[in-house]
Design a protein around this ligand. Structure first.
Ligand code: MN
Length: 752
């Protein structure tokens, strides 16, 4: 355990003016408060706050932060009170400890809504003083380092929380080294087998390429020196978690990862950075598409560096980061680097990008309607990298990765988004759904009186755009439903052999308890009212004779229908696709209007509530699973086909926005309902390779519906697997594990 004088020495090493008396008081106070408390490891509890303080001295933080670290568990876990801390230390330190105590009481890995609410509280606690976050991150790091002493079920939970909340926060604050350690510690606890596999392969690889790394380093230094540039070059291996997430994200196998080694070139000035870049690019061919200049356009967390990849010595792809010493410090320590002692006075730069982000996020708290919605866009913004785009006048618009010109338009102004009809990217006309790239210049074409298509809501990635589209399309969605309802009613009256007009319907409004015909159409369109009931309301003596008869499918081949679903419109005016539990899928013998209990010849079950007028089916090639962002394509008289948003088949409906229904999943977790998905694999031909693939799927409790195989070459076989899975997470778990298998050279999801 760290001694009292050691703590003081560590602080004095970087801050000769540190308040020794204050540090000593904190040490003694916390030691007495924790007394004989023990940690799960059996160590004295007091060792923990000291380790946390030690981590923060590495970041060279000010006295108040170090003292808060030493005291951080006293109010929650001992007899110490906040009043006493305010008195013995200072209100400044009291505020820090109070923030940490509040965070400790939050349960971040809880139900979605509760998680959203707690995440808000977390950010509010941090808002009081960003140093609270620095102490919390150090606290979490030490807890993760000693996680092996906790019971298994707690380990998984804490590791998941670290991965979901704290690692992204560290990244946001620019603290990359801390983030990487948190991620790897989470990874080893969550997926020990996968971690071990990757770590072993990394070790093998680095043993093989040790000489190569050294020679590349030497080569770089020599070439730069020749041009009169003094540089420090650091070769660096990627971390297991970062490799794993890249394999997941880019759908590549370990062998296909070319950039497992990176090199950092550190020079003195910005000017030298660009000169060094010139030397590198004239010495070795650059790999197109890999050059990024974060010096002229820093990331939101203040990260600055030039990135490039070249075909270096021995035809090896070499990833380079070129930056100054100061940039390197910010790259590693982020917001904490701003806290370095300058002119002998401590200060956390409030103008730093990371701090600005925190402020903005907290402002959103005040505006957000529901915690869930808040979490939705905070998470999006936390977990996705940024792209930087420009208006024609050169205004910088930062957007999350995956953003489209629609997001861009809403980021510029809500009116621009609402009236957007087209976009030019870098001077060329491009679809509004194009994924924007860094540096794109985007010009939005507008038309007045335009209503954004409802489908946009599930295509945009920014919370701002989504909220604006939701507002603007609320009435448009209603009209869409009314149109659908009118079609359904037209057919219902026709089948019943009865005349139908708005006039006649108006006469029946009191019986239907609706205000207007439009209300009736919308209610039928939404499935809240049955067409048969409307016919009866208009013609009270009409008898529905076809209820028991099975309804043949309207023309053409039918894609398979996987169960009884229901489209409904919730209070946000969002269409929800609901899948009730198995016992409610019509096996209940047809209780309640519309459920009918009847199935058609191919086992399809009419959608509940719509009296078999509207069938919900999945895209025939590939299907869709909960977690996919989906749209419904309406075919009047036939039903709704659900496609994942990324399905190329959707292009066929681009010019028919009226047919797009914005659909959300609403799946009952207890329903045991599986959903169809298709994977395309390429496997290496060797004995047992197929058994390994099947085993992965079996281990994950995936159902294989169908498999087809085609030997492509002597070495490879193409395999198509139709699966039934619970949801996207389930599917991704299977895909990720398949990708980690040596016998699998690639795996892709097929989407129609
Ligand atoms: Mn603690």
């Amino acid at each position: 355990m760290m001694r009292q004088y050691e703590l003081v020495e560590r602080v004095k090493a970087y801050n000769p003016g540190a308040d020794e008396g204050l540090l000593n008081r904190a040490y003694v106070y916390a030691m007495r408060a924790h007394g004989t408390q023990k940690r799960a490891s059996g160590d004295p509890f007091f060792a923990h706050p000291l380790e946390v303080a030690a981590i923060l001295t590495d970041l060279r933080l000010d006295d108040a932060t170090i003292v808060a670290a030493v005291l951080h568990d006293t109010v929650e876990d001992t007899a110490a009170t906040l009043d006493e801390i305010n008195r013995v230390f200072s209100p400044e330190i009291g505020t820090l400890v109070d923030g940490l105590t509040k965070i400790k009481r939050l349960d971040l890995v809880s139900k979605r809504a509760a998680q959203g609410e707690n995440f808000r509280k977390l950010l509010l606690a941090i808002a009081a003083d960003v140093r609270v976050l620095l102490v919390k991150l150090a606290d979490r790091l030490h807890n993760m380092r000693t996680l092996q002493h906790m019971p298994a079920e707690k380990r998984a939970r804490i590791a998941q929380e670290t991965l979901d909340i704290y690692a992204p926060l560290a990244s946001r604050m620019g603290m990359q080294e801390l983030r990487e350690e948190l991620e790897d510690l989470s990874f080893v606890n969550l997926k020990p087998d996968v971690y071990a596999t990757i770590a072993k392969r990394l070790a093998d690889l680095s043993a093989k390429s040790e000489r190569l790394v050294e020679s590349i380093e030497r080569d770089l230094i020599a070439k730069l020196a020749h041009a009169g540039i003094t540089a420090t070059v650091k070769g660096r291996q990627k971390r297991p978690y970062s490799i794993w997430s890249k394999m997941e994200r880019k759908s590549v196998a370990f062998e296909q990862l070319s950039d497992i080694f990176g090199f950092r070139v550190i020079v003195d000035t910005v000017d030298t950075c660009y000169r060094a870049l010139g030397v590198v690019h004239t010495t070795w061919p650059m790999v197109p598409g890999r050059y990024k200049d974060y010096i002229s356009t820093p990331k939101q967390n203040d990260y600055r560096s030039i990135h490039t990849t070249v075909i270096g010595p021995k035809s090896q792809r070499v990833e380079l980061q070129i930056r100054t010493t100061a940039m390197d410090e910010i790259g590693e320590y982020g917001i904490a680097a701003h806290a370095l002692y300058k002119d002998g006075a401590p200060h956390l730069a409030t103008e730093s990008g990371a701090y600005q982000w925190l402020r903005r996020t907290i402002e959103l708290l005040a505006e957000g309607d529901s915690p869930e919605e808040f979490l939705e866009h905070t998470k999006l913004e936390l977990f996705q990298d940024q792209v930087f785009c420009f208006t024609p006048k050169g205004r910088l618009i930062a957007l999350p990765r995956g953003a489209t010109p629609i997001d861009f338009a809403y980021a510029v102004h809500t009116d621009v988004g609402n009236t957007a009809v087209g976009a030019k990217i870098n001077g060329r006309i491009a679809p509004l759904l194009t994924e924007l790239q860094n540096g794109d210049e985007v010009e939005i074409a507008r038309a007045d009186g335009q209503i954004p298509p409802a489908a946009w809501e599930s295509l945009v990635v920014t919370g701002k755009a989504r909220a604006a589209i939701r507002r603007a399309t609320r009435s448009a969605v209603r009209r869409q439903y009314a149109g659908l309802g009118r079609q359904i009613l037209d057919r219902a009256f026709e089948r019943a052999g009865k005349n139908f007009s708005d006039e006649k319907l108006r006469g029946a409004l009191p019986r239907l308890a609706r205000q207007s015909t439009e209300d009736v159409f919308a209610a039928v369109g939404r499935g809240e009212m049955f067409s048969g009931d409307v016919v009866k309301a208009v013609y009270p003596d009409y008898k529905d004779e076809r209820r028991a008869a099975s309804q043949p499918a309207p023309g053409g081949p039918r894609p398979h229908v996987t169960g009884a679903g229901r489209l409904s419109l919730d209070k946000d005016q969002t269409v929800r696709l609901t899948w009730p539990g198995k016992d409610a899928t019509g096996k209940d013998g047809g209780k309640g209007p519309g459920s009918g209990g009847e199935t058609t010849e191919d086992g399809a079950i009419p959608i509940r509530g719509l009296d078999s007028d509207l069938l919900v089916r999945f895209a025939p090639d590939g299907g869709a699973v909960p977690g996919d962002r989906i749209v419904g394509i309406l075919t009047p008289g036939e039903g709704v086909t659900i496609y994942p948003i990324q399905s190329p088949a959707l292009a066929a409906f681009d010019n028919e926005p009226d047919r797009w229904l914005d659909v959300r999943w609403d799946v009952d977790g207890a329903s045991n309902q599986r959903f169809p998905a298709r994977l395309a694999l390429q496997s290496i031909n060797e004995p047992g390779s197929f058994a390994q693939i099947a085993q992965v799927i079996a281990d994950h409790d995936g159902n294989i519906d169908n498999i087809s195989m085609k030997r492509r070459t002597q070495d490879f076989t193409d395999v198509t697997i139709d699966l039934a899975v619970w949801d996207l997470k389930h599917l991704n778990a299977i895909v990720s594990e398949l990708r980690a298998k040596r016998v699998v050279s690639r795996v892709d999801r097929v989407n129609g």
